[in-house]
Design a protein around this ligand. Structure first.
Ligand SMILES: [Zn+2]
Length: 310
């Protein structure tokens, strides 16, 4: 059996998969995000309970909304209480098996490029999650791209192009990551609201923008056009760097009316003439891809002679 754990800011989910990646069981616990000891106990209890339900000992992969620094500290805005811990050491001391820890967006692309996923069979794929933030991960030559600093794929924190700032008169807001003018501040859900207000609208949520857009309000239309242009440019940057065969979109915003059909042309507008635009497809496993990809990475680690790769 293979276990995947997806740690969220409020809930942590564990799922059990068989060798054909059929999900046999899954359940959730609240995440004690401000108490490191309680967090470790919760993770251990989830794994022990999975062992009990399987009557065995499964492989294990954990997906987190953040990155591990070179010492194994977890860097994440949502789990402030974990910062004192060297997470990999603390976990290794209580878990009796090899395991892998990975950023949840990268788990997403592993799942979607794996068996049954929307990018199954692609040796070069990019997974882009667009919700309250913009995260991502890449498969290059059939393997997950980690990069030397372990944060490859953070496309949302590339800067807003100067030409876009000029053409639309956009300011450069401070991003949650601490930088200014990141693309995420405009292309993620809150960014749509920001754009709507910039063009004279009055929404306070992406849902409200959506209602205004459907009624044909001019500010909402302009926000949509600008958003599509910025998003196309952001993904074109990914294409220029990695040349994926397919881009898999996930997250709440990826389900927006007509977005996936409009994206290839929006991407092509920011590429060189004659360059082939990759296919843009919706994720097959949606929110489950984080836990599923984590389980797949955990299975890989166990298969490689118990070499712990975290
Ligand atoms: Zn940023």
């Amino acid at each position: 059996m293979h276990y995947g754990i997806d740690v969220g800011g409020t809930k942590t989910e564990i799922a059990i998969y068989d060798r054909d990646w059929v999900c046999l069981d899954r359940w959730r616990k609240p995440t004690p995000s401000d108490d490191g000891e309680a967090f470790l106990s919760m993770l251990t209890a989830l794994v022990r309970e999975a062992d009990r339900r399987c009557d065995g000992r499964g492989t294990l992969g954990l997906g987190f909304p953040g990155v591990l620094d070179e010492r194994g500290h977890l860097i994440t805005a949502n789990l402030s209480g974990l910062r004192p811990f060297v997470l990999k050491t603390a976990l290794a001391a209580v878990l009796d098996r090899a395991f892998v820890i990975e950023n949840d967006s990268r788990c997403f692309v592993v799942s979607e490029a794996g068996p049954g996923g929307a990018a199954e069979g692609a040796s070069h794929a990019f997974g882009a999650i667009l919700g309250t933030g913009a995260g991502g991960g890449a498969i290059v030559d059939g393997r997950l791209l980690r990069g030397g600093g372990r944060f490859a794929g953070e496309w949302g924190h590339l800067p807003l192009p100067a030409a876009a700032a000029r053409d639309y008169g956009l300011p450069c807001p401070t991003c949650g990551c601490g930088l200014s003018g990141c693309l995420e501040t405009y292309i993620a859900g809150p960014g749509l609201v920001r754009l709507h207000r910039h063009f004279g609208g009055a929404s306070s949520s992406a849902e409200e923008w959506h209602v205004a857009w459907r009624t044909g309000e001019e500010a909402a239309q302009r926000a949509r056009e600008c958003h599509l242009d910025l998003l196309g440019g952001a993904l074109a940057n990914v294409v220029k760097l990695l040349s994926p065969q397919v881009i898999v979109m996930g997250g709440g915003l990826s389900t927006m009316d007509g977005l996936l059909t409009a994206l290839p042309a929006a991407i092509a507008a920011h590429l060189f003439p004659g360059v082939e635009t990759p296919g843009v497809v919706r994720s097959r496993f949606g929110n489950s891809s984080g836990v599923r990809g984590a389980a797949m990475l955990g299975a890989d680690v166990s298969a490689s002679a118990g070499n712990e790769r975290i």
